[in-house]
Write a protein that binds this ligand. Sequence first.
Ligand code: PGA
Length: 254
Amino acid sequence: MIVKPHINPVFVANWKMHHGPSATRAYVISFLRQYAKRGDRQVILCPPFVSLDTAATSVRERPDVQVAAQNIFWEERGAYTGEISAFMVRDTGANFVLLGHSERRHMFGETEEQIRHKVKAALGAGLRPIICIGETLAERKAGQTLEVVVRQLRAATSGLTNEIIGDFMVAYEPVWAIGTGKTATPEDAADVHRSLRESLIEAAGHRGAAVPILYGGSVKAENSRALLDADEVNGLLVGGASLEPSAFGAICRS
Ligand code: PGA
């Protein structure tokens, strides 16, 4: 019998292709001013690659605020023009990486196999992956939501050894809810999160019970509380509403 551990809520800001180094510095100063340190929650900022170093340096005094990259390549080094490795990201002071975001899958053609390579490379470099999964509107309408998200999660984590299988976070982001203003209801989110939890426990027992499962897709201050209250929702991954420090600060306090 698995006793479910308490999981402190996690709030992730995915800035996508916004905020270069100077904007990042200004953002972090403003954000830290209005978001006082709290021991009961964790905040993760995901700036573009070129701003990772600035972000990591700017939050150095605040261990409750961590930094993540938005992608990596799975090789460690070599002739891969334009790519960035997990070790390089670690070297900036970032500790996390978003992997398999729906924009990577759908706009840049990332496959489940590539995502699995990236998850493995990140863990091997000591970078904690936040594995993003989610169904399209067509898949939801066809009643395939649970099947699709569980398949994506299994594909991204297959082949991991037992010691590291729980060392990641999962973000459920229905593709139809990203940047559209449409949010899953807390009940819909809870249904999916419960299935993901079952799958994680099946794969990794106690470690699977402790993996934070975040919800993302048109999260804003007005709906953050209700989503956080849903069963098995352990945090929020926020895109558009994280671009302003005051708006993201309000969500982190919810
Ligand atoms: P959104 O984006 O909050 O703007 O919908 C979420 C995401 O893509 O991670």
